[in-house]
Design a protein around this ligand. Structure first.
Ligand SMILES: Nc1ncnc2c1ncn2[C@@H]1O[C@H](COP(=O)(O)OP(=O)(O)O)[C@@H](O)[C@H]1O
Ligand SMILES: [Mg+2]
Length: 370
């Protein structure tokens, strides 16, 4: 049995704004789950319903099989780091963190040790005696994170806990926080709009869009087997290239006609028989997806013309006009090609993601049915 279950959970504000729609999610003890999606997609609403700060409009939230969505927050065994930090202004950072341990009735020395340890983890040792109003936004955010982590709870809920931090510190804390959570076997839900953060911290990621769950899977599965065009293009940087296409079979080949008379042709043996049948059914309604890392540029290949060559310090992004649209290729080195130059594009069949062009549902990844 899973530890936390959300069954058909919905949230509507003021009878109008549907923030969360029919959400189903199961989380196991010891798992770190990220809710990932753009601003306004319903992440915070979901977290607040789990914590008990918002009522569910419909559906059930269960812990170990018992419904908890009627219980007050204090009885849910949840520690939360809020998006807006909510530190107590009259307390110092040290007192704010210590306050989270009040219910445990520890002696002063134990509290001090734990405050120091967690302050070291989030790099706050120097400001423990300051008040929230006299530290930076990033320090307030780290205090809020420390307070949530240090608290003894069955479930830790972290709402954008590192959004205000500069990239280097964020990367450092990601590693430390993950280690802290795993070492103690804590169960945690992290809300973020940053896919790097979700990938780095979470065992599983729930991708949300417009109040709806798009896919709930491991980071690897989201990348390799996106359930639909939304997840396919949302996960991965730079985003997956997508081309509307038609499909036909000729001379033992499977041929995808893209725009401008450009076709990708493959030996049909590269596609499983059931996939070939499935593609036939969708022949006029196909979307072909190719990740920029899988776009190969060479002298031969399909005709493309370079639009931009951007060296980003550790990789090159090349945008080229291709098949009536444009395509982006990532190269792990400097590339000489200049804007205006002709290049050849090729894509290996194992790198193809194929979607239903009208519904966006995935049909296949790498030559196998999705
Ligand atoms: N208290 C509220 N009253 C009315 N609408 C709200 C309230 N809180 C959130 N919303 C709306 O619900 C939607 C989801 O918000 P939220 O859960 O905060 O998203 P996220 O955390 O993903 O940015 C948004 O359209 C937001 O404007
Ligand atoms: Mg939010």
């Amino acid at each position: 049995m899973s530890y936390l279950d959300l069954s058909s959970v919905s949230k509507t504000y003021g009878g109008k704004v549907q923030a969360v729609k029919d959400l189903n999610l199961s989380i196991n003890t010891g798992e770190i789950v990220a809710l990932l999606g753009s601003s306004g997609c319903g992440k915070t609403s979901t977290l607040r319903m789990i914590a008990g700060f918002e009522d569910v409009t419909a559906g059930e939230i269960r812990v170990n099989g018992t419904a908890i969505h009627q219980l007050p927050p204090a009885r849910r065994g949840v520690a939360m780091a809020f998006e807006g930090y909510s530190l107590y202004p009259p307390l110092t950072i040290r007192e704010n963190i210590a306050f989270a341990m009040k219910a445990e009735r520890l002696d002063a020395a134990q509290v001090e040790t734990r405050v120091k340890d967690i302050a070291r983890l989030v790099e706050l040792e120097d400001v423990l005696d300051r008040y929230p109003s006299s530290v930076s936004g990033g320090q307030q955010q780290r205090a809020s994170l420390a307070r949530a982590l240090v608290r003894k709870a069955d479930l830790h809920l972290l709402d954008e806990p590192m959004g205000q931090l500069e990239p280097q510190l964020r990367a450092l804390l990601r590693g430390r926080v993950k280690h802290f959570i795993q070492e103690r076997g804590l169960t945690a839900i992290l809300v973020t709009h940053d896919q790097t953060e979700a990938n780095a911290l979470a065992d599983k990621i729930a991708v949300m869009e417009d109040g709806e769950l798009q896919q709930f899977d491991t980071p690897t599965a989201l990348k390799d087997n996106p359930a639909n065009l939304f997840t396919g293009t949302f996960i991965g940087e730079p985003p997956m290239n997508v081309f509307p296409a038609g499909m036909r079979r000729e001379n033992r080949q499977v041929i995808f006609g893209l725009g401008d008379g450009v076709s990708l042709a493959y030996d049909e043996a590269r596609f499983s028989p059931d996939l070939r049948d499935r593609l036939e059914k969708n022949r006029d309604q196909i979307a072909i997806g190719v990740r920029p890392h899988a776009v190969r540029l060479s002298e031969d290949g399909l005709p493309a013309e370079v639009l931009v060559n951007q060296w980003l310090g550790d990789q090159t992004h090349i945008a080229a006009s291709f098949a009536g649209g444009s395509i982006v290729s990532v190269i792990h080195d400097r590339a000489k090609v200049q804007a205006g130059e002709r290049v050849g594009v090729s894509v290996a069949p194992e790198d193809l993601h194929i979607f239903d062009g009208s519904t966006g549902t995935a049909i296949s990844h790498g030559g196998q049915l999705a």
